[in-house]
Every structure is written in C-alpha cells, then in structure tokens.
Design a protein around this ligand. Structure first.
Ligand SMILES: [Mn+2]
Length: 246
C-alpha cells in the first residue's frame, strides 16, 4: 500500500539551484510511488503571478507535470510567499489547489491541512500584512502591474520579511497554542499537518481530553524534508540529503 507524502517550505529560488534539483529528483523518484503528494505552501520563495516568464516556474512546472501525468494526485495549499499561485499555473502543472484549513482523510484519519501562518496569532504585524495582501482588491491591483514592478515589490517584501524575522522574538514567530486548539476544534479533527515555522516536529497534545497530534514540516533551505504517512497512519518525518551532484 502506498504512502502519502507531505512537503512544505521549499522556498525554491534561482539562488539555490541545488534545492530545485533535489526537488526534481524527489518528484521523479519516491513521489512516483506515493498515493498522493501534498505541498503545504511556500513551494516558491516568491510568486509574482502565474504570468511570470522566468525560468524557475517553467522548470518546476515541467517536473510537477511529469509526476501528475503518472497519475499521482498533487495537492497545493498556498503559503505566505506563493499565495498568488493560481488556477493557470495549477492547470499547467496538474496541481489541485486547496483552501487553507482543508480537511482530507489521510490513511483513514481526518486531517487538517494548513500552511501554518494563520496559527501565528501573536505576530500582530505579520497578521496585518497578511490581511492586506490577501485582499481581493489588493491582489487585482498588484497583478495588473507590469512584471518588473511586481518583481521590485517582491524584492522589497523579502527584505522587509527578513528584517521583521530578525526583530521579532522567537516565541512570537511560533504558533499560538490556543489558535492550534481552536483550529482543530473548528475542523472537528485530532490531527493537524502544517509548515511555515521551519520547526519540524511531531507534537502530541491533549485536546478536550483526547490525544491529538500536530505535525510540523521542515524547510528545504539546505536539505530536503518530508513527512511520510503510511496506510496504517504511521508517521515518518525525515530529511532528504542533497547529493554532491547538485
Ligand atoms: Mn511560510
């Protein structure tokens, strides 16, 4: 029986070609045997629109399409970097777009799937920024700008994000435990899988007197990382070593 695979926070970028290669090998290798692949946000470091004519989106589209064409379903939840990834790129690659906080039954267990940024409720500055850029009017106005202007905005946003990360206490950048409990309760489930914080772990917790789990996926800055869920629900959260060939 096939496993279900979860990844997030690859932050694919022209500056880390070896990570793009690692992801291509993952898609052409172990992902071929998966029951499904879930990408829970921040696949790309930046996303300025599906009409971006840069080389990286096209390269990644070819690799995703090759996997989709073998019949492996690929699901995508947007992250805080690639929330503008839309229907056009999904059609090109074979991705199925999911709303944040979707429940899918994984290995017989209803599982809440999120990027994770909405759980970081202690970071008020980020949540204000998020509300702005997730607004329909803001997005339409942004996407109406020429590609060069959008690239310049994305570059400024990255600098701002780095400064914010440096200036914000670690504890504020992690999930809020009340927000986690509220999300699980609202969904009526006892298992949550998310990314975003780059703090890979399997947390066991108690929710209203019942055991629950929160699985945090790892980032792909210097290596790969993925969660495997076996048909019986067994969890394996592991790194994928980069190869010297890059
Ligand atoms: Mn993120």
């Amino acid at each position: 029986m096939a496993e279900t695979l979860f990844v997030s926070d690859l932050h694919l970028d022209e500056s880390r070609p070896q990570i793009t290669s690692l992801f291509e090998r993952f898609l052409a290798g172990e992902a071929r045997n998966a029951a499904a692949l879930y990408i829970l946000g921040d696949l790309f470091e930046t996303w300025i629109g599906d009409d971006d004519d840069a080389a990286l989106p096209a390269r990644v589209a070819r690799a995703l399409r090759a996997l989709a064409d073998t019949g492996v379903p690929i699901f995508f939840v947007a992250g805080n970097r690639d929330f503008l990834l839309g229907a056009e790129y999904a059609a090109r690659t074979g991705l199925t777009l999911l709303a944040d906080a979707t429940v899918h039954v994984i290995a017989s267990q209803p599982t809440l799937l999120m990027h994770g940024d909405t759980l970081c409720t202690d970071d008020a500055a980020y949540q204000a920024f998020r509300a702005q850029v997730r607004d329909d009017h803001w997005q339409r106005a942004f996407l109406a700008q020429p590609l060069d202007a959008r690239r310049a905005f994305a570059a400024r946003a990255r600098v701002g994000s780095r400064q914010h990360t440096r200036a914000t206490p670690e504890v504020l950048m992690d999930v809020n435990t009340s927000a986690v409990a509220a999300a699980l309760r609202a969904a009526g489930v006892h298992r949550l899988i998310h990314g975003h914080t780059h703090r890979p772990a399997i947390h066991r917790l108690a929710l209203d007197g019942r055991p629950a789990e929160r699985i945090v996926l790892g980032d792909w800055y210097t290596q790969g990382s993925r969660l495997r869920v076996g048909p019986g629900g067994r969890l394996a959260l592991e790194n994928i070593a980069p190869t010297a060939a890059g």
